[in-house]
Design a protein around this ligand. Structure first.
Ligand SMILES: *Cc1c(COP(=O)(O)O)cnc(C)c1O
Length: 363
């Protein structure tokens, strides 16, 4: 018997209507702070329907870190301007020029490869120079930025279109009025020294949303690149829900394959688990436990939050997710499903796992 699409498990249920509504809230909030929004699709592997929902919600650009995702969206007819968020490898320059309108880059070598590829195609490719204001992921140091900008400006085939920064990714540095203002000083210096008027000053990612809400985005920052906050409805610095936004645009569902009463502490000498960790256990006596048919290949157990109360995620091996269901409001049986919201990392795993079905609802 064929299983209806809404019942295949494990699955991620994607609500396009909720994504569109979240996008609209973010876009409106950013508009009031003078910034336009690039909707970031990378956590969905560049799903064209998600991109369309973001565009209906008012984002101006679609941005993704992977060329394969941008190519997928182009092929599906997404025709807005696109940003490549991660600098292409040198051998990818031609593909970058083909599927992206702009690339965020931080080295002159990349600029030269892009310039060459663009000239070969008879086009001009726009680049946004990334500047590191402290987070220590990509970007040239602030002091070096004017010099690098000057060198990029001399590369034929590309146009220095903007400068940008990214924080809260590697170092967890929080965006502030001060560290964003660094970009504006650089913009002025580039105008003065090189005579270039940069069109895009790209302030950051979802971590900038608290600044947006507080009305503290420096005047002159005109682009933000937003993924997580729009998709999961959360402030990413403290992972708090944002008012008026859906937290369940993505829901993970998996099916129980065993439900049994078991002790809460393993029997026998304790060594490392399947992932090299030595775990400790609290003795809560004999409890009802359920095993769901999914595991670390598909999800991050720490990032799953059950949608119903009385269920605790105990842990997962590669293919078994273990829940304590003793206090659940319903009796959970083999064959029943349990549904969860997800952290960004968990969503990333679920969307990337070929074992997880993606079931899209809405427009
Ligand atoms: C992933 C990424 C973003 C979006 O980050 P969110 O936290 O999901 O908003 C923005 N800019 C760059 C350069 C990225 O790599």
């Amino acid at each position: 018997m064929a299983v209806p699409a809404s019942m295949v498990a494990p699955r991620v249920e994607v609500s396009l209507d909720k994504i569109e509504e979240n996008a609209r809230v973010v876009v409106e909030m950013c508009r009031r702070s003078g910034t336009e929004v690039a909707g970031v699709t990378k956590v969905t592997c560049g799903d064209p329907e998600v991109a369309r929902a973001m565009l209906r919600g008012g984002v101006r650009w679609i941005a993704d870190s992977r060329l394969a995702n941008l190519a997928r969206m182009r092929k599906a007819g997404i025709s807005c301007e696109t940003l490549l968020l991660r600098a292409p490898m040198l051998g990818e320059a031609d593909e970058a020029v083909r599927v992206a309108d702009m690339s965020l880059i931080s080295s002159v070598e990349t600029a030269r490869a892009l310039g060459e590829a663009a000239r070969a195609r008879g086009v001009q490719h726009r680049v946004i120079l990334m500047v590191d204001v402290g987070d220590l992921r990509e970007g040239v140091p602030v002091d070096a930025a004017p010099d690098v900008a000057g060198r990029l400006a001399r590369v034929e085939g590309i146009r220095l279109h903007g400068i940008g920064t990214n924080v809260a990714c590697y170092g967890g540095v929080i965006p502030t009025h001060e560290n964003m203002s660094v970009l504006l000083h650089l913009r002025d210096r580039i105008r003065r020294d090189l005579g270039i008027d940069l069109e895009v000053i790209s302030g950051g990612n979802s971590s900038s949303i608290p600044l947006v809400r507080a009305g503290e985005v420096p005047h002159g920052i005109n682009q933000l690149r937003i993924g997580e906050s729009m998709l999961l409805g959360r402030d990413v610095t403290y992972r708090r829900p944002l008012p008026g936004m859906h937290l369940d645009a993505f829901v993970f569902a998996a099916q129980a394959i065993e439900v049994a009463r078991k002790p809460s502490v393993p029997r026998g000498e304790i060594g490392q688990d399947a992932f090299g960790k030595v775990r400790t256990f609290r003795d809560k006596g004999i409890r009802w436990r359920a095993i769901l048919a999914c595991g670390r290949q598909d999800i991050d157990p720490e990032g799953l939050k059950p949608l119903e109360s009385g269920i605790d995620v105990l842990g997962a091996s590669s293919d078994h997710l273990i829940l304590d269901v003793e206090d659940a409001d319903r009796e959970i049986r083999v064959g029943d499903e349990v549904r969860f919201t997800m952290s960004y990392g968990c969503l990333l795993a679920a969307m990337t796992s070929p074992y997880v079905h993606k079931v899209v609802t809405g427009r």
